[in-house]
Structure formats: structure tokens, C-alpha cells
Design a protein around this ligand. Structure first.
Ligand code: C5P
Length: 215
């Protein structure tokens, strides 16, 4: 069994603001951060690069064991088609087993960790002392993604992004293994009408309270 350090578990759908929140919290508390979406993306990229069919579970399991978790390239893995492929390989229980094991190992690293994804509070770290479930309406999330792409000099169409977000939510919430849903003891943060600063403040209150209880 792994012994977890103090872990903040953050879940939520694509573009809900959970990644930004996770990075801010990790910087604030001096904790290590793992964006678990990148682990699914790393497997998807390995499969695409090798020209393997995305439903080849044996090959995907090998890829899940092989990639270097300390050297995932966010900018490369951010590509839209990699996200789409990641949500397809994420339905395979064999792949999830290997990645969850590697994510739990990360959660043992001192002095504390922040993990964000879809199943951190429910499956990966069910004993985490702080669990946050971050949501925002699909329209707000599509608008954020749109402005992010434009801000990076790219081109996009807001309606197409919205359709993608709805499709990905559907796949993530309805899969049989580890669907996206809040843990029973998760704090819900709806960021639709909230600035990142306000969400960060609200999250810090939950973390500070739990740290107080842990000390
Ligand atoms: O968060 P991100 O968009 O990078 O995740 C890509 C895909 O990986 C998600 O759509 C989801 O299907 C999958 N994923 C998952 N469990 C996690 C993190 C991501 O199934 N903990």
C-alpha cells in the first residue's frame, strides 16, 4: 500500500478551471502538482505516433507503463486530437488500472500533492483530506477555451468548441469505469460566475481548514 502525503484532489470537466486552480494551489502551498489528464494524453500520443488502433487495449496498457511521468510535454499534449483520443483510451479499464497506480505513487511524494482530473476524489485518492469538484456551464467553458486559443494566436469557432465539450462530457460522465462525478465529501465550486481569484480564495479556505485539522 502507498502512504499518501497531504493531497488535494480536484476533479471536474474540461475547461472548468480546475487546472488553473490546481497550479495556483500547488504554488501557494509548495506542493507537487500532477495534471492526470496529461497521463491519459501521453498514452494517446504514444498510440497515435505508433499508428496503433486506439482500442488496442494491450498496446495501450504497454504505453501506459512506458511513458516518463516526469517529462510530459504539456504544449505538445494539449493538441485537440490528442484530447479526443485520450478520452477514448480512458474508457479501457486496463489502461486506467496502470495509470491510477502511477498517479497514487505520485501522491506519496512529500511535502504534499495536488492531483487534478476526473476520478481523483472517487478512485485515485478517496482518502484525500480535501476534495474539490469544479464545474462551470458548457457555454462558459467553451468561451474560455475559445479565448485561450485566440490568446495563443490560434483560430477557433466557439460553436465547434461547445459541441466538442458537450461530447467529451458525455463520454467522461457515462463511461462504466470511473465516470466523472463528485465524491460524496467533495466541495462543489461552480466557477461560471466566479473569477479565478475568487475560486482560489474559496479553495484555500477548504485547504486551510483541513491543514488545521491535520496538524
Ligand atoms: O483533462 P484533460 O482534457 O487533459 O483529459 C483528457 C481526457 O483524459 C479526458 O477527457 C478524460 O477522458 C481522460 N481523463 C480521465 N481521468 C482523469 C483525467 C483525464 O479519464 N483522471
Amino acid at each position: 500500500m502507498f502512504r499518501m502525503t497531504f493531497t488535494i484532489a480536484i476533479d471536474g470537466p474540461a475547461a472548468s478551471g480546475k487546472g488553473t486552480l490546481a497550479r495556483r494551489l500547488a504554488a501557494h502551498y509548495g506542493f507537487r502538482h500532477l495534471d492526470t489528464g496529461l497521463t491519459y494524453r501521453a498514452v494517446a500520443k504514444a498510440m497515435l505516433d505508433a499508428g496503433m488502433p486506439l482500442d488496442d487495449e494491450a498496446a495501450a496498457v504497454d504505453a501506459a507503463r512506458a511513458f516518463d511521468i516526469g517529462n510530459m510535454q504539456r504544449d505538445v499534449l494539449a493538441a485537440h486530437e490528442i484530447g479526443e483520443a485520450a478520452s477514448r483510451i480512458a474508457v479501457m479499464p486496463g489502461v486506467r488500472r496502470v495509470l491510477v497506480e502511477r498517479q497514487r505513487e505520485f501522491a506519496t511524494r512529500p511535502p504534499g500533492t495536488v492531483l487534478d482530473g476526473r476520478d481523483i476524489g472517487t478512485v485515485v485518492c478517496p482518502d484525500a483530506p480535501v476534495k474539490l469538484f469544479v464545474i462551470a456551464s458548457p457555454e462558459v467553458r467553451a468561451r474560455r477555451r475559445y479565448h485561450e486559443i485566440l490568446g495563443n494566436g490560434g483560430e477557433a469557432e466557439e460553436q465547434a468548441i461547445l459541441a466538442d465539450i458537450v461530447k467529451r462530457d458525455e463520454r467522461d460522465m457515462n463511461r462504466a469505469d470511473s465516470p466523472l462525478k463528485p465524491a460524496r465529501d467533495a466541495h462543489l465550486l461552480d466557477t461560471s460566475e466566479m473569477t479565478i481569484e475568487a475560486a482560489f480564495r474559496a479553495a484555500r479556505r477548504f485547504v486551510d481548514a483541513a491543514l488545521g485539522e491535520n496538524s
